[in-house]
Write a protein that binds this ligand. Structure first.
Ligand code: ADP
Length: 434
């Protein structure tokens, strides 16, 4: 190419000189004419040089690095370099693009909400999880973050983060409880924006409420018999009780102490199940044999009420925890006796199976459970009729232990009950694959 440009300039100079010489000879002696001829020749030279150099550089301007028709060998290394560079840029931009797509895919498929906002509280990015959790629609980049939620508590949380402090709050929405975690993003001392995480904490809040209620119920339940024991023993110590009444008072202390022991045992059983600290047995338990033993232990209290106890079904083994299985059957049978009619009641325990499940059914023909209470009887300390239940001893924890024990064995429990006719508690365990 250098050669071509050199040739072109040389050619133009020769032509221009030749024309100038010819014309100067023609108009010999006329100075003005000669100056004119010289000027025209220079102009012709410039135009001609421009046209030729453009012609030479045109292939260079029009060169396509992807499909080069290269006329000049000198630029081939340059074109190769450009081509390599172009490939590198394309690869990097593909990586950036796929990274961006992956990030937005992850954000869109998160159940948690993420919102990024600028220092003016305008949304820069907001995923679908955030909209769903806050129950809003049609809010997105460019909108004010307060369109997501306009409550005072949310505003305060966002403003705290905008002020450079990490901030959290719990929002009560129609869809449940949401935890908002707002965190400022600082470069140097100024807040450049905030990141807001939105989490569904409905279950956690419910558990927290349950835990609080449980603690207060336990304290109450423990306090009642202890107060009685303290009161009676105080009277006995101070000699207020007549000698002939002493027996009754001592008996009261004993039964309150018994109540305490049952309550504490129930609490211990429940907390073991709660903590997942119940070990699995190495061997299976024959549920029929287990039910037989439970019935033997309850025979005395059934006889006291003249209630008939029966067991039917087949020998089926289940591997889990024998003590927990015992507690399940014991609590169900104990209730079937307690909430049954004196002198005319029947309790039937049946161990059976269907192709996919092992069934343990405890049925009675006692008082039954009103439909509005059925869903609540498995709650801790829940008793259907508190005044009636006062005569029937119980902690209100039996069915909670049953439910958690069944869950421990990956089973479930159903209740069928009619007031005045009786109840059936049907426990279903999955059949073990051998
Ligand atoms: P409790 O110690 O009071 O028996 P549970 O948790 O075992 O506590 O039972 C909760 C409530 O469910 C009982 O207070 C009772 O009202 C009701 N219940 C349980 N089993 C029966 C049943 N077989 N028949 C009628 N009511 C029952």
């Amino acid at each position: 190419m250098t050669q071509k440009i050199f040739n072109s300039i040389l050619f133009t100079a020769i032509i221009t000189n030749a024309v100038t010489i010819v014309l100067i000879n023609l108009f010999d002696g006329d100075i003005i004419m000669n100056i004119g001829i010289f000027t025209v020749s220079v102009l012709i030279g410039i135009v001609s040089a421009l046209r030729r150099s453009r012609k030479i550089t045109r292939p260079l301007v029009e060169v396509n690095p992807d499909n080069p028709k290269i006329n000049y060998s000198e630029i081939i290394p340059l074109i190769n370099k450009i081509r390599l560079q172009k490939g590198k840029i394309r690869r990097q931009s593909n990586e950036v693009q796929s990274g961006r797509e992956q990030l937005s895919l992850i954000m869109e498929n998160m159940s948690e909400g993420i919102v990024i906002a600028d220092p003016k509280t305008n949304i820069l990015s907001c995923n679908t999880g955030a909209l769903k959790l806050l129950g809003t629609e049609n809010v997105g980049a460019g909108d004010s973050i307060y369109l997501l939620n306009n409550t005072e508590i949310f505003r305060r949380c966002i403003q705290d983060a905008m002020g450079g402090r990490n901030s959290t709050c719990i929002l009560k929405t129609s869809g449940g409880d949401r935890e908002i975690i707002a965190s400022p993003s600082n470069i140097t001392d100024t807040v450049n924006g905030i990141v807001v995480f939105i989490l569904d904490v409905t279950e956690r809040q419910q558990l927290e409420t349950m835990r609080r209620e449980f603690t207060s119920n336990v304290s109450h339940e423990l306090k009642t018999p202890l107060t009685t024991i303290y009161g009676i023993s105080d009277m006995l110590v101070n000699g207020i009780v007549k000698p002939e009444d002493t027996g009754n008072f001592v008996q009261n202390i004993r039964s309150e102490a018994e109540r305490l022991i049952i309550l504490i045992n129930d609490i211990v059983s429940l907390s073991k199940l709660d903590e997942n600290s119940v070990p699995r047995d190495d061997t299976g338990t024959d549920l029929y044999v287990l039910a037989e033993k439970v019935i033997d232990r309850l025979r005395h209290s059934a006889d006291e009420k003249n209630i008939e106890l029966s067991l039917t079904g087949e020998h089926i083994e289940l591997t889990g925890n024998r003590t927990v299985l015992d507690e399940i059957i014991y609590n169900l049978c104990d209730n079937a006796i307690k909430y049954n009619n004196k002198d005319s009641g029947h309790v039937e325990v049946k161990v059976s199976h269907i192709p996919t499940k092992i069934l343990v059914t405890v049925s009675d023909d006692g008082m039954g459970i009103p439909p509005e209470h059925i869903n609540r009887i498995f709650e801790r300390f829940y008793r259907v009729d508190k005044s009636h239940s006062r005569q029937i001893k119980g902690t209100g924890l039996g069915l909670s232990i049953v439910k958690h024990g069944v869950m421990y064995h990956n089973g479930n429990i159903r209740v069928e009950s009619t007031v005045g006719k009786g109840s059936s508690f049907i426990v279903e365990f999955p059949i073990e694959k051998r």
